[in-house]
Design a protein around this ligand. Structure first.
Ligand SMILES: Cc1cc2nc3c(=O)[nH]c(=O)nc-3n(C[C@H](O)[C@H](O)[C@H](O)COP(=O)(O)O)c2cc1C
Length: 238
């Protein structure tokens, strides 16, 4: 009798444990960083939402900076700059740091260059996971500078943030005539965010719009539907 009760109790406990996982659908906890790494993504550190610099101070001090110290940036700084560019600030609705016509988000942000703790190469920012996806393993700053009529600050900066736009995304709702105008406005918002964020981190940057579009597209291996809009070299001020 005691033996039967003992065996039944063991079976019952087993069923409860299995049922708990199956019925309530609890997956094994997975380390997020590990998961992202497995999917080929590199998680960025969480961005900070506070600093010693007020918006007014950043606006007052912002200046185009074209000379940088020969030092790499670190991941925290990269996290902050990319978050300022296109980070998600309302996860429920997917809204971001910069406004977007119809919340369609036609911009993409790339990072090229040298960052502490990151292999040299080109990365695409994924706002959904606040992560980086490696899309190339070469540092093409020199080629990029050539395509920008020899603007040496692109080559000398430790990193370049590159904005591209996909007009088709915006055209689907607003038509082909309005779309480019809206996308240009959006890149202005996003680039100014990066400018102000850089100032708050005491980093220097400049927006570069002067380059040969097709050459830059080719160097970066961009898909046909993406047009390069701005290159922002970023580095420590001298
Ligand atoms: C649409 C646009 C394109 C620009 N293109 C370049 C460029 O190709 N190279 C560059 O060094 N600066 C470029 N700039 C930066 C301007 O030269 C700079 O903003 C201007 O001289 C005023 O200086 P400030 O930014 O320090 O106020 C560009 C600015 C804008 C708004």
């Amino acid at each position: 009798m005691f033996k039967k009760v003992f065996i039944l109790t063991i079976i019952l406990m087993g069923l409860i444990l299995v049922g708990d996982r199956v019925l309530f659908f609890r997956p094994e906890p997975v380390n997020l960083i590990e998961q992202n790494f497995l999917q080929g993504e590199i998680s960025l550190p969480q961005p900070r939402h506070q600093s010693q610099t007020s918006v007014e101070e950043a606006l007052l001090k912002r200046r185009s900076v074209r000379e940088y110290r020969d030092e790499p940036l670190n991941l925290q700084e990269i996290s902050q700059l990319l978050w300022a560019a296109q980070g998600i600030t309302d996860p429920k609705r997917g809204f971001r740091t910069a406004p977007s016509a119809g919340a369609l988000y036609p911009l993409r942000v790339y990072l090229m260059g040298e960052v502490e703790g990151l292999e040299i190469g080109m990365y695409r920012y994924n706002p959904d996971n606040h992560s980086l996806i490696k899309v190339g393993d070469k540092d093409l700053k020199r080629e990029l500078a050539k395509a920008a009529f020899g603007q040496i600050w692109i080559e000398k900066a430790p990193v370049n943030i590159i904005f591209t736009g996909n007009y088709e995304i915006t055209a689907r709702r607003y038509g082909r005539e309005k779309a480019p105008r809206y996308v240009y406005m959006e890149v202005g918002h996003a680039a100014q965010n990066v400018h102000l964020q850089a100032e708050s981190l005491n980093l220097g940057t400049v927006v570069v719009g002067g380059f040969e579009i097709e050459k830059v597209r080719e160097i970066l291996g961009l898909p046909a539907e993406e047009e390069p809009l701005y290159i922002m070299p970023v580095g420590r001020k001298k």
